[in-house]
Design a protein around this ligand. Sequence first.
Ligand SMILES: *Cc1c(COP(=O)(O)O)cnc(C)c1O
Length: 356
Amino acid sequence: MKKHIFNPGPAVLPEFTIKNTASAVMNFNDTGMSIMEISHRSKDFESVLNEAVALFRDILDIPAGYSVLFLHGGASLQFVMIPYNFLNKKAAYLDSGSWASKAIKEAKLFGDVQIVASSKEQNYTFLPSGYTIPEDADYFHITTNNTIFGTEIKKDIDSPVPLVADASSDILSRPMDVSKYGLIYGGAQKNLGPSGVAFAIVKESMLEKVSRPVPSLLNYKIHVDNNSLFNTPPCLAIYTCLQTLKWLKDLGGLQKIHKINLEKSGILYDEIERNKLFMSPLTNSDDRSIMNVVFVLKPEYAGLQEQFLELAKTKGIIGIKGHRSVGGFRASIYNALSLDSVKVLVDAMKEFETKV
Ligand SMILES: *Cc1c(COP(=O)(O)O)cnc(C)c1O
């Protein structure tokens, strides 16, 4: 049976990406070698890396003055690299979810952290708003999409200080004005490729501003100067990202995928509102994510959790159990998750309603 993969990350990838990666694992570019066996300093691999960077630039319309990096350590190491490289005295953070709060924890090791607003007390059921970004901060950190709680900052906000964005789970899901950011980063395993590689789009004017010495492997400037080849990069993971970027380009880029993502999330949110069993835990519908759709059973039906998961399983629906800090369900509907898969989920919700 076809599986409908709603996993939050690692997550569904385009069939194009999986097939081409499988083939390159067996025999890369007719070299008679696996992509895992070639040198990262070879011309063949350098062209993989350069093409991935060029496509990233093209698709996201990244202006001059920014570098695109592929790094180890996931988004979580970026939580450390950001303050290490950019926090001299004080940084401002928006506390909009668990990942934001993990980023805050790391930043506190390097200097003052001002939390401009937080929805933690309300279990992150909305995006904090109406806050003021301090003008004396070295940067302002946001999480564009709160993967666990299903809220998303869908606009490029104005900030008086460099804006740093964890876009792990909504990168390349919609157009973004990169010029408004000092750094956009994330792990690849939500919307781009496998785990094992992170991306960072860094404004070059941000580099080398801190007074502390930074270890080489954690230093953005070193990675920029070495074109992500300071040490051995995750070659296979980068190859896989390249395939997804090609797929996205061929599909029609961000305008197109955004339209599809709005349609996918739209029919799912409509069903959550219509169906008598389910509801959204979010208190402001403007905050709803187009990537991670979180929903719960209404209190009077709360006992039906396992039953719905069982029904979903019979339809080939995978990965919709909600995060333990929210409960209920979470459908992660990243770029590669098809409209058809969303329709299968919507149909399962309808069927479940008639059975109760
Ligand atoms: C998944 C996720 C992370 C953690 O990524 P790792 O690559 O596992 O470190 C951080 N931030 C957000 C928004 C995420 O969705």
